[in-house]
Design a protein around this ligand. Structure first.
Ligand SMILES: C[S@@+](CC[C@H](N)C(=O)[O-])C[C@H]1O[C@@H](n2cnc3c(N)ncnc32)[C@H](O)[C@@H]1O
Length: 400
């Protein structure tokens, strides 16, 4: 069947309509005329697969990755980087307008940096004697030798591990570098017989949760701050752009000079410590023991005496806070729960900074908060080039 693609959906798939029913087509761009076969036809939508291209978009680029046909990671590897940035900015505007009642002119230009080699962490899975990433739309693993999104150092380690004689016994391989690419952490799970070939390549090695080399953590920089990061802790993956995101937070904090700041979902304490010299007191909350362990070390490392951390679920402690001037929230993709949102309204801080990795849950939460807070501006950050994901910074001001 020959169809014309009208636009991209929020997951980077082309959209066309067949007899009035929406059909999503992967690897097809707006304006392209393609031959598709229908691979799913449900009551509400269809899924189409491209068999042939009749007319290509000017925005199409040659895919560089040899796994682009099977890998579920890069949904936009066939789109030029300029068009990817434009698409992400439009997508944020559309989602926030439709589901969050946020005016499009509140959304500033998108910030981006390196298109490739930006990731400081990858996790490969072992299954059926194969070590690699998962195939698109499935849990099946395909053998992955290299990832264009990953730091070169990560690819070097991947190559060495792939050369080991017992890779079929590896269940999980995590490789993390610091943002300067001069420290490497490897964590392996499975039946690992020997690891000598990694000795000169990695600074810390963890096998089945046991630290065998180094300290079980590496030190990574963001701007002028240094942070310990362990294998189980969350750490922003984009080596280049995180500093710009944090600088955006710093800009608001510096201008506002709050006395008491809450840093909710603080991970290893990175944002709170980043802004600590511009406020009297910072309290960070995260439920990850590993994250809070690192956060306490990071507080010492950066001599941030006015910061303290609580290891708890945000929703379990949020009703204990009062007299807060500024709240930073950086939740996982699920966004904020109702109890947390109700308490944010009760706390009534003058300013909220919402850092989000999912525009859909962000829009939902902004709508709930809109009774008490107005959006000053939204700044999208292309933290995950080649994928459909986009990070957002939102500055919210209390309505009097
Ligand atoms: C997107 S990360 C942000 C981390 C940090 N702000 C940063 O920039 O590195 C989300 C964090 O939320 C934590 N988290 C997820 N659900 C939580 C909850 N219900 N209560 C407390 N922390 C939670 C995770 O452990 C993770 O560290």
């Amino acid at each position: 069947m020959k169809v014309e693609i009208e636009k991209l959906d929020h997951f980077g798939r082309g959209i066309t309509y067949i007899d009035g029913k929406i059909c999503f087509v992967e690897k097809a761009l707006p304006g392209e005329i393609v031959k598709i076969k229908i691979v799913k036809d449900s009551k509400k939508y269809m899924l189409g697969k491209v068999i042939d291209y009749y007319k290509l978009s000017d925005d199409r680029v040659e895919e560089k990755c040899i796994y682009s046909d099977i890998c579920g990671g890069c949904n936009l590897s066939h789109l030029s980087f300029d068009s990817e940035n434009e698409y992400k900015c439009m997508k944020v505007k559309e989602i926030l307008r439709k589901f969050g009642n946020v005016n499009e002119d509140k959304v500033l230009d998108i910030e981006s940096s390196n298109i490739y080699n930006y990731r400081n962490k990858v996790t490969l899975h072992g299954s059926n004697n194969t070590l690699g990433y998962c195939e698109s739309g499935s849990n099946s693993v395909f053998g992955t030798e290299k990832c264009l999104l990953a730091d070169e150092k990560i690819n070097e380690v991947m190559e060495v591990v792939k050369g080991m004689s017992y890779t079929e016994k590896i269940e999980e391989l995590l490789i993390r570098t610091n943002n300067e690419s001069d420290e490497v952490m490897v964590s392996l799970k499975g039946e690992i017989n020997d690891y000598e070939c990694l000795n000169n390549l990695v600074d810390t090695l963890i096998i089945n949760n046991e630290v065998l080399l180094g300290e079980g953590k590496i030190i990574s920089s963001i701007g002028s701050k240094k942070y310990y990061v362990s294998d189980k802790s969350f750490f922003q993956v984009n080596k280049e752009l995180t500093v710009k995101l944090y600088d955006e937070v710093k800009k608001v904090v510096e201008e506002f000079k709050p006395k008491k700041v809450l840093d909710l979902y603080c991970g290893t304490g990175t944002i709170g410590i980043y802004v600590s010299e511009y406020c009297k007191e910072v309290i960070g909350v995260d439920y990850s023991k590993s994250g809070i362990n690192d956060a306490n070390l990071n507080k010492e490392l950066n001599k941030a005496k006015n910061v303290k951390f609580i290891c708890e679920r945000v929703e379990n402690v949020i009703d204990e806070f009062n007299n807060i001037d500024l709240v930073i929230v950086d939740p996982p993709r699920a966004g904020l729960d109702n109890k947390t949102m109700e308490n944010l309204k009760r706390i009534a801080a003058k300013t909220i900074i919402y850092v989000s990795c999912d525009p859909a849950t962000l829009a939902r939460d902004l709508k709930v908060l809109s009774s008490d807070y107005e959006v000053v501006y939204v700044k999208p950050f292309n933290m995950f080039p080649r994928t459909y994901h986009v990070e957002n910074f939102v500055y919210l001001r209390k309505i009097n």
